[in-house]
Design a protein. Structure first.
Length: 388
């Protein structure tokens, strides 16, 4: 029904991802090469035809769209009063770090993890406390011994959690989430749960909203959610935070308003409502396409570049690849790949010390481009082993 094979030329469109040389293929930043859902395009076009783009309110239909989506899609009943508009997940995280910590305290992150978490912590004068995930047999889990030690530190006041996890694509199970919540509650540590990737999952595979697991989890958590990642519209700057605890919600509301990231632009509400009320079928088809892409890339690497090892994923359109049998310096490796073949992928060192021997590859592109990317990767690896 939807043509995800359509090649869209993004060069010259002001795209961060495609601000590259003519012969380069960018497969790095988490930005898809597909047009967004037609219903969203039509809703924005209708809003544009109105012709006046003044200050916008946040109508009840915005809250209702989030509530309905999470109830129908994720079997979780969100209290509409718990939702606060914000311009993006990253601004929300940074605002919450500023409001809920003081300089010199610790913020725990489970590494390897989304690189911008580091910036949100460093830039606010707070200490990054890296708690590496346990990595065994090419799978990740939480090392709860190290985790408890990190959150038990009296200087630790906040955990920034990723659910599903970026970059490895793991969906955390209910038991794991409950244990995370229980330990953080025990040591008076609040949790920011970044769930922006939650709608990009393996077909028929469901993620578990952190706040849905227990009263403890709901009571100490700030959940960041948005339609931007799954509907490819990050540039529209529309997201939400969901905070069940009334007192914590007031602090977050104050933080977002103090930092002036709580007011929508003229298209932010329209796009979000259209996505969550009309985008279900488009998203279902997208997830199937993305999973076909993942299966193709995994099989290609297994057959053609066997020294690389793809980490099994349940969610996201990002592929986390162990290159430890070739190199333990992913920075040098990715620079070589780009210089040699024009393929631009992310080095794992960006995601913390635990990611140094990994690379991250964005699979959210047309199959023709993915095939090109995989062949470039194969040629680069062959050249690297010969020349380096």
């Amino acid at each position: 029904m939807y043509d995800f094979d359509e090649i869209v030329d993004r060069r010259g469109s002001g795209s961060l991802k495609w601000d590259v040389a003519d012969d380069e293929l960018p497969m790095w930043v988490a930005d898809m090469d597909f047009k967004t859902c037609p219903d969203i395009i039509e809703a924005i076009s209708e809003r544009t035809r109105h012709g006046i783009f003044g200050y916008s309110i946040i109508p009840d239909e915005w809250n209702s769209a989030y509530v309905s989506w999470w109830k129908e899609r994720h079997n979780y009943e969100i209290d509409p009063e718990s939702l606060i508009f914000c311009t993006g997940v990253v601004p929300a995280i940074s605002s919450c770090v500023r409001k809920l910590t003081t300089p010199g305290e610790n913020v725990v992150i489970l590494t390897p993890v989304y690189n911008v978490f580091f910036n949100s912590i460093f830039n606010n004068g707070v200490n990054v406390l890296q708690c590496p995930l346990k990595y065994e047999n090419y799978e990740y889990s939480i090392d709860f011994g190290r985790f408890e030690e990190a959150v038990a530190d009296p200087q630790t006041t906040l955990l920034i959690f990723c659910n599903p996890h970026n970059p490895c694509g793991k969906i955390w199970d209910r038991q794991t989430l409950a244990k995370v919540g229980s330990l953080c509650k025990k040591y008076n540590v609040n949790i920011i749960s970044d769930e922006i990737h939650c709608d990009i999952t393996q077909p028929q595979k469901e993620y578990v909203p952190f706040a849905s697991v227990s009263e403890e989890c709901a009571d100490i958590s700030i959940t960041c959610i948005a339609p931007t990642k799954c509907f490819n519209m990050a540039g529209l700057q529309t997201a939400a935070v969901m905070v069940p605890n009334r007192n914590l919600r007031h602090k977050v509301w104050r933080a977002l308003n103090t930092d002036e990231v709580a007011e929508p632009n003229a298209f932010a509400i329209t796009a979000a409502v259209a996505a969550f009320t009309k985008g279900q079928h488009w998203l279902d088809e997208l997830c199937k396409y993305l999973w076909d892409n993942r299966q193709y890339a995994e099989q290609f690497i297994k057959n053609e570049i066997p020294k690389l090892k793809v980490i099994k994923a349940d969610a996201t359109y990002l592929m986390w690849v162990d290159c430890g049998r070739i190199t333990d310096d992913s920075v040098e490796f990715t620079e070589f790949i780009r210089r040699k073949t024009g393929l631009y992928i992310s080095d794992g060192a960006e995601y913390g010390d635990a990611g140094r021997k990994f690379v991250r590859i964005n699979l959210a592109c047309q199959k023709k481009r993915l095939e090109d990317g995989m062949n470039r990767l194969k040629n680069a690896v062959n050249a690297y082993e010969t020349e380096v």
